[in-house]
Design a protein around this ligand. Structure first.
Ligand code: UDP
Ligand code: MG
Length: 347
């Protein structure tokens, strides 16, 4: 509040932590060193402990004792990086305590000094500044799998999700408010951010190596994360069923023609019974796949509806004020909300 009256713009950092006891101290020092370059801004550091099994939480509590700008959220168990970030974003969106939010890993792979450049871009009017890796110091295996993943995502997803971009980004408060309206459980945040829109720009940087400790993303988690990215933003795999069905049906027709030709022009070479079985098998499989594709199309629609995403996001409303003197756009009610009840009016 004090910052607000003095007119300083407020930046909140959302910092997911999972077993980072060796990194937190060094990381926080680097973060403070970076943010000290901008004394004209008010900073808050929201650490989210994602059910760490080491002494990360104690480290965070110590930090809070030394630096009142540190806030700590603790999860009851490990919910995963995407939900840890979501919790931090929700906190800022609900309390409206920041004008912009920066999401940063706490293993020093995303250098805190880059976030200061992000702030400068934001001040120039960009609403989302995402950090794009120019280079990455990962194993060849991780690089290859990442490449394959982005390739598949590019072809399948219904929106354009930038390549080589993690969750390191700055978002204006209005973008954060929109993101917190996306309540899907299987979250692929970078896709959601791309989906929300607004003015987005890339900032190139060189990704460092993890400072200490181990990655919290073993292959199994990485695969399921990749699946969330593709399945969350595409129903193309369902449509591929019917495409395959059509291809196989076409094959059946060609086969039937071939059999017919043999019958007519080389009757002595034709084997009785074979045509019926062969063509029938292809035909039936084709029809089955096409029909599964039909089910798939409906399933895809049910899926999209159940994701219950906002239908649109407004960037501006230019309209006369209503009787109360408020400038208001269309009501943004979600169909799952209790109809007609204002917040707190349930009782
Ligand atoms: N992290 C988390 N929950 C998890 C795994 C990771 O909050 O279940 C945090 C972790 O502390 C780090 C960030 O998310 O700040 C990125 O994780 P990590 O470095 O393990 O991923 P990588 O950089 O290898 O993709
Ligand atoms: Mg890392």
């Amino acid at each position: 509040m004090e910052e607000r009256s003095s007119g300083r713009r407020r930046i909140a950092y959302v910092l997911p932590v999972y077993n980072e006891e060796e990194n937190i101290g060094v990381f926080h020092a680097a973060l403070v060193a970076a943010t000290d370059q901008r004394p004209d801004l008010a900073f808050e550091f929201v650490y989210v402990d994602d059910g760490s099994r080491d002494s990360s939480l104690e480290r965070l509590i110590e930090l809070r004792a030394q630096d009142p700008r540190v806030s700590v959220l603790q999860f009851s168990r490990n919910f995963g990086h995407q939900l840890a970030v979501t919790a931090g974003l929700d906190l800022v969106a609900e309390t409206r305590t920041a004008d912009a939010v920066i999401v940063l890993d706490t293993d020093l792979q995303d250098p805190p000094r880059v976030s200061i450049e992000m702030i400068e871009r934001w001040e120039a009017g960009v609403e989302v500044v995402y950090a794009q890796r120019r280079t990455r110091k990962d194993t060849p295996f991780k690089r290859a799998t990442a490449w394959g993943f982005y390739w598949a995502l590019d072809r399948l997803a219904s929106i354009e999700i930038p390549r080589n971009v993690g969750d390191f980004r700055l978002m204006d408060a209005k973008v954060v408010a929109e993101i917190s309206r996306y309540r899907e459980h299987d979250r692929f945040l970078r896709g959601i951010v791309a989906h929300v829109g607004f003015r987005q720009e890339a900032l190139l940087f060189d990704r460092d190596e993890r400072f200490a400790g181990e990655t919290g993303y073993p292959l199994k988690k990485m695969l399921s994360f990749a699946a969330s990215g593709i399945l969350g933003f595409s129903t193309t795999p369902l449509k591929m069923i019917s495409r395959l069905g059509y291809a196989i049906s076409l094959l059946a027709v060609l086969l039937a023609l071939y059999v017919l030709c043999i019958r007519i022009f080389r009757p002595d070479e034709s084997v009785p019974g074979w045509a019926f079985l062969g063509v029938g098998m292809f035909m039936l499989s084709g029809i089955q796949l096409v029909m599964m594709g039909v089910i798939g199309s409906y399933l895809g629609r049910v899926y999209v509806e159940s994701q219950d995403r906002p239908l649109y996001t407004l960037a501006m409303v230019a309209r006369e004020p209503d009787a109360d003197g408020h400038y208001r756009g269309p009501e943004r009610r979600r169909h799952r909300d209790v109809a007609g009840l204002a917040p707190g009016a349930e009782s």
